[in-house]
Write a protein of this length. Structure first.
Length: 343
């Protein structure tokens, strides 16, 4: 694919770029920045990449980048190594303690919900482009991206969750929560249904403050790779001057943070004991051809001398620590299954 040839050249020359494919589309898109500057995102058109805590917002500016598109060659062979990453006992203990502390905080009345996460570190030389080819092939219903900036690093992911899409004055967002392995007979527990309802109610209440109209779909089950989630679609009309305010209200959503949002964010930053960086932030096109299309950065990996897979889960008062740890292990398979190491 020509875009891959260009991306490899860009990477060799230490110049920023992003490759991405939208959910259920077979078109590969790319922005290749012409210099290696770290451009801070304010409100300019381009591809944005924002951290979880919202303090780091960067953009590959449209005016400073070349755009390419190409049909994805799904005849590319899928390679699988089934990479084995041992689970460190101290990591499991720390995460389960984090879950138990979260449950106690919720039972004490401080929170309705918390979303806690962990990162799985491992050392291996990764073939970035072959791994991304695998990801494109494996997760056609997700937003699949490969992002590189010499001052940020390499990130790759396949997220099932859209933060928001705005086309002229019409917007669409989703509430997505609850996780289990996908099967033909998916049955949701009261804990999972409650978790998803928290997310839905939060998004609706924030949209109502800024939107002139709003509509909400029924909840339904969606498949994301080998996992299933509960999803609700939310539609509305919004003025141009309220777009940035709406995104600020939505991010971080209860699906990646918790409720109440600011208190949950403080709890996460204090108790997780690691920096989420761009995990659970948002990314995507901002104001390109009158359209903004942003996704939450889930099911992702940071690639470097040390690689890190980021995974999390929603906690309610009914959560069981060992079950939540297993859920993070299941989510990590999304990335583990597509990794190709260097020969």
């Amino acid at each position: 694919m020509k875009i891959f040839v260009k991306a490899k050249s860009q990477f060799k020359n230490n110049l920023p770029f992003v490759l991405f494919a939208k959910p259920n589309e077979n078109q590969l898109n790319a922005y290749f920045q012409s210099d290696n500057e770290l451009h801070k995102f304010i409100n300019q058109s381009g591809f944005v990449f924002t951290s979880f805590e919202g303090l780091t917002k960067i953009v590959l500016p449209k005016e400073n980048s070349a755009y390419f598109e190409e049909e994805i060659d799904f005849n590319l062979s899928f390679k699988s190594e089934s990479i084995q990453i041992p689970t460190l006992n101290e990591d499991k203990i720390h995460f389960e303690n984090l879950v138990n502390n979260s449950v106690e905080a919720i039972k004490s009345g401080n929170f309705e919900k918390l979303v806690v996460s962990r990162k799985i570190d491992f050392s291996a030389g990764i073939d970035v482009f072959q791994t991304y080819e695998n990801l494109l092939n494996a997760y056609s219903t997700a937003f699949r991206y490969l992002f590189f900036h010499p001052k940020v690093g390499i990130w790759i992911g396949a997220t099932p969750e859209q933060l928001i899409k705005i086309n002229n004055d019409k917007f669409e967002t989703v509430a997505l929560a609850g996780t289990q392995l996908y099967s033909n007979e998916v049955h949701w527990t009261s804990k999972e249904i409650q978790e998803q309802q928290f997310v839905t109610d939060y998004i609706i209440s924030n949209c109502e403050e800024l939107a002139s109209t709003i509509e909400v779909s029924e909840s339904f089950t969606v498949q994301a790779g080998k996992l299933a989630h509960i999803k609700t679609k939310i539609f509305g009309t919004i003025s141009k001057e309220n777009e940035v305010a709406l995104i600020s209200k939505l991010h971080p959503t209860p699906a990646v943070c918790g409720l109440p949002k600011e208190k949950a964010k403080e709890f996460i930053l204090k108790n997780e004991k690691y920096d989420r960086k761009f995990y659970a932030g948002y990314l995507g096109e901002w104001n390109i051809n009158e359209t903004t299309n942003l996704f939450v950065n889930l099911r992702c990996m940071e690639i470097g001398k040390k690689n890190s897979i980021y995974v999390g889960c929603g906690i309610t008062e009914d959560s069981v620590a060992e079950n939540e740890f297993i859920e993070t292990q299941n989510k990590s398979e999304t990335i583990k299954n597509i990794i190709i190491t260097k020969a």
